[in-house]
Design a protein around this ligand. Structure first.
Ligand code: ATP
Length: 890
């Protein structure tokens, strides 16, 4: 088996689950005969049509309220068109009208911003956009964005002058003037306003007319009048926002907050959970916020960021997500970004802006946040009002997307090192158990949990059984209403090769589709996302790598070509549809074989004590014990050597740093092998001026005139940080003295203490890792079981197939996220044939390993055994004497 599944940071276990899978395995009929029970609506326009009539009458307050269902009501029954392979449903009304905001956002994505340009060039860091023009929206335009989950607060009669992200994606360029000096900081900026697009074209017309009239002077007067008017409007807006901010500072009332919301964002009211979260934060209470995808979590830290005096730090797991969030900050909030993959001079520029108070919201990776220098800078000169932990489920190893670096985010550290006043943890998908872990780590009291439904109510969910003809089934689905009329669709699949194969198949059938996976060059990925957002590509066939931070409002459907790895993954991925609030369609093709393959694959990825022991022995080898020596572990080669995924190695290293005993200190991850080319001055001349260059010359070997060296080795030799070495060569490059290339991404660390016994440590770590892996397998089982249940429910009761499946999946999702499902506990699995098959595979692999170990034991000590794994079933055992001779036996 040679899969190229995209990593989502998961690694899976060798322990099969023991309960909660349906008592009968997915005993499903032959896929070839099965017609996917997809119920659909007919749409009338080329894009998605707006639903016509409300499905659920508004509640009558005079009547006694029924016991509320925990899940949203299902879509209406569907009339059947029996000649089609799918059942077609009546359209369901949207819960709110088309989103102007989403549309403007969409437009903003169409333009190729500098941010995206940099991304496409493979640069992770985005320099701050310049302080540029501010385009005042025409007075007559008053956006009435939809409110997905509207709170009860009515907005005061304010006349908003919307000043949000300005349509070209470079929203965060206006300095926030919180010191009460109205407009004084801004005049120079607003000079540019008269040259803004709208006024420019207006001016052009006038020039022509007046020139023809020979009326030059009055024309100039009018020009300056116009400019003044725009300046006044801009200043008026700033002062209105300042007034609104002052009002909230004085009294954080619903009315004052709504007025600020209306002024800055143009929204009339808060959505469910937003106001409550904002008020808690402003009151200084750390808060855990669980809102569905696209429900507006970002606003819950953006508004406090305008009010609170200090900096708001937003910790995000992915650089691409940070870039996206930065881009979508309202223009009134100045933002910045720091990540460990930045170039030193970019980081220096952001740090300068931070110190000067220009940046109000800083997006930061957890690695960067925990960097010693970064922490000391904050300790010394900056005040942090709020730390936002975005995608907070990553803190917990029991979540679907555990990030070892998130483990390092502890309230104790955030409060003591950063002097943070308050923490806001946000997620869309967390089980009760994950929430408990996150809240305990971030010391958020249980009373401060704001949790709304994990799922929006504008989805029609369906599942069909599929098999060998899955591609054909997909095509039939996409050629049937409503899918055939949907403008933007995401198809999720598990493996990279599938994205190419399926997208080609769809293209061959005249469907405008493109494949997307993490193996594509960064430039291509950005281009595909861009084209999708600007509707140049209709369908993106992607792995899990696509969609984080994607805020395309009009994605009308999400199709799962295979069963997702967990409920969380499913909810996250379907959450990319219908962000504009319109009814959207989510279909899952369930294929029993794929499920078993995924399960078996998950098992074979598990770690064993032997590999962990080998890894630990390497980490604590004698040469690494030198005091303050910077050690490194090249990820790719280590992964092969120890047969471990990158995430597993990182998890172990993080545990060695943060566990009960601190054995090591993690340093920033970097490409450690540098090839340096001197251009202007001679190496010796530069070495005479710089201790770092001298150390480089000492520690490097010359290959074809180029100096090749190991950055940690150079840094260790003169007791400086690896970042200092990088900064030095970067500075030389800027002066034109050198050029250089970096390769070999590595974990870097220094050893503080060696364990007394590697054996017991590896046994302890293996047990913990196995539990984590076991949890992952169980999550897959639960997802699979929900899909199977939805398939079987479609044949029963009086509701339409689509409505039944929607309800069935909604109820499973609700139970999963709100029950106390213990994913890590050993389960009493129903041992059915399918499981047994998967388990037997694992047992065979374990037996093979035992056999190999036996071989090792049997060979005399002077014979070295090399085991080359050819695939998951076969391996070569090469025995050779402990010398450099050729293999003697295979
Ligand atoms: N009160 C509101 N009224 C109307 N629209 C809103 C409101 N609050 C936020 N929005 C809009 O909802 C959309 C989604 O917001 P946001 O990106 O913050 O969601 P999210 O919860 O962070 O989603 P995800 O979990 O997918 O990142 C944005 O376009 C945002 O402008």
């Amino acid at each position: 088996m040679d899969f190229d599944s995209d990593s989502d940071g998961s690694h899976v276990s060798a322990t099969p689950p023991r309960d909660s899978f349906p008592s009968s395995p997915p005993q499903l009929q032959s896929p070839a005969k099965h017609v996917p029970p997809v119920s659909r609506k007919m749409t009338s326009s080329s894009s998605r049509s707006k639903p016509k009539a409300p499905t659920h009458p508004p509640p009558n307050p005079s009547q006694e309220a029924p016991v509320p269902s925990p899940y949203p009501p299902p879509p209406p029954p569907s009339p059947l068109f029996t000649n089609l392979p799918f059942r077609i449903c009546q359209s369901q009304p949207a819960r709110f009208s088309s989103s102007v905001s989403s549309f403007s956002r969409l437009c903003s994505r169409a333009s190729f911003t500098s941010v995206e340009k940099l991304k496409s060039d493979g640069v992770d860091f985005v320099p701050e956009p310049p302080l540029v023009e501010v385009i005042a929206p025409p007075k007559s335009v008053r956006r009435k964005p939809p409110n997905l989950i509207t709170d009860t607060i009515t907005s005061p009669p304010v006349k908003p002058m919307v000043f949000r992200s300005n349509g070209n994606g470079e929203g965060n360029f206006v300095k926030l003037n919180l010191n009460g000096k109205r407009g004084k900081k801004f005049p120079s900026k607003y000079k540019g306003v008269s040259k803004s697009r709208s006024s420019y074209s207006f001016r052009g017309k006038r020039y022509k007319k007046k020139e023809a009239d020979g009326d030059g002077e009055s024309l100039l007067e009018e020009e300056s009048d116009l400019q003044k008017q725009i300046e006044d409007e801009a200043n008026g807006f700033i002062s209105s926002v300042e007034d609104a901010i002052l009002a909230v500072k004085t009294e954080a009332s619903d009315e004052n907050l709504t007025k600020l919301l209306n002024l800055v964002y143009g929204y009339d009211s808060f959505r469910d959970g937003q106001l409550q979260a904002i008020k808690m934060i402003l009151g200084g209470s750390s808060t855990m916020l669980v809102l569905p995808t696209g429900a507006g979590k970002s606003l819950c830290y953006q508004i406090p960021a305008m009010i609170l005096p200090g900096i708001t730090l937003v910790v995000s797991p992915l650089v691409s997500l940070m870039i996206d969030q930065l881009k979508h900050l309202p223009s009134i909030i100045k933002g910045g970004l720091l990540s460990s993959s930045q170039r030193p001079e970019e980081a220096t520029e952001t740090l300068r802006k931070l110190k000067e108070g220009i940046i109000k919201v800083l997006f930061v990776s957890p690695e960067r946040l925990l960097n010693v220098e970064f922490l000391s800078m904050f300790r010394m000169s900056l005040s942090v009002s709020l730390v936002v932990v975005d995608e907070a489920h990553c803190v917990s190893e029991w979540s679907h997307n555990f990030r070892p670096s998130y483990m390092r985010l502890k309230a104790s550290m955030l409060f003591s090192e950063l002097k943070a006043e308050c923490i806001l943890a946000m997620t869309a998908t967390a089980t009760t158990m994950t929430l408990q872990a996150v809240m305990s780590s971030l010391e958020i009291p249980s009373t401060n949990l704001i949790q709304k439904s994990q799922l929006r109510d504008n989805f029609e969910l369906s599942v069909s059984l599929s098999g060998a003809n899955r591609m054909k089934d997909l095509l039939i689905l996409m050629e049937s209403p409503p899918y055939k009329e949907i403008r933007s669709i995401i198809v999720y699949c598990k493996f990279q090769y599938e994205t190419d194969m399926i997208s080609k198949y769809l293209r061959d059938n005249n469907i405008n589709a493109k494949g997307y996976h993490s193996g594509l060059p960064a430039k291509d990925r950005v281009r595909i996302q861009e084209s999708f957002c600007s509707n140049k590509i209709r369908v993106v066939v992607a792995t899990v790598a696509f969609g984080m931070g994607l805020d395309k409002g009009d994605v009308g459907a999400v199709i799962h070509f295979s069963v997702p790895g967990s409920m969380e993954e499913y909810v996250q991925e379907i959450g990319r549809a219908g962000r504009d609030g319109r009814l959207s369609y989510c279909h899952l093709f369930y294929d029993n074989d794929t499920y078993l393959k995924l399960r078996s694959l998950a098992h074979s990825d598990g770690v064993d004590e032997y590999a962990v022991g080998k890894f630990l022995t390497h980490v604590f080898s004698t040469e690494t014990k030198q005091h303050e020596k910077i050690c490194s572990l090249v990820i790719e080669s280590a992964s092969q050597k120890f047969d471990m995924k990158e995430e597993v190695m990182q998890t172990i290293l993080t545990h060695l740093e943060l566990g009960e005993v601190q054995y090591l200190r993690m340093l920033p991850q970097l490409n450690i092998c540098c090839t340096l080319n001197f251009h202007k001055s001679s190496p010796n001349t530069l070495a005479a001026r710089s201790a770092i260059v001298a150390a480089i010359l000492k520690k490097s070997h010359v290959k074809q005139g180029l100096h090749v060296f190991d950055i940690p080795a150079v840094a260790s030799s003169i007791c400086v940080a690896t970042t200092d070495v990088l900064a030095e060569i970067q500075a030389l490059k800027m002066k034109g003295e050198v050029t250089y290339e970096l390769k070999d991404s590595a974990f870097c660390y220094t050893i503080l203490k060696s364990p007394k016994e590697i054996c017991s440590l590896s046994s302890h770590l293996t047990k913990w890792l196995t539990e984590i892996e076991s949890c992952k397998v169980r999550k897959l089982d639960i997802m699979s079981s929900a899909a199977v249940a939805a398939i079987s429910v479609s044949n029963t009761s009086e509701l339409s197939s689509g409505a039944k499946q929607t309800r069935s999946l909604q109820s499973r999702i609700f139970d999963y996220f709100n029950g106390d499902e213990k994913c890590d506990s050993p389960s009493k699995a129903t041992q059915n044939c399918a499981f047994l098959r998967a388990d037997i595979k694992v047992k065979i692999q374990e037996a093979t390993l035992l056999f190999i170990l036996y071989c090792f034991a049997m060979y005399p000590k002077n014979v070295q055994l090399t085991i080359v794994c050819q695939n998951r079933c076969f391996c070569r055992v090469i025995a050779k004497p402990n010398s450099h001779q050729e293999p003697s036996r295979e």
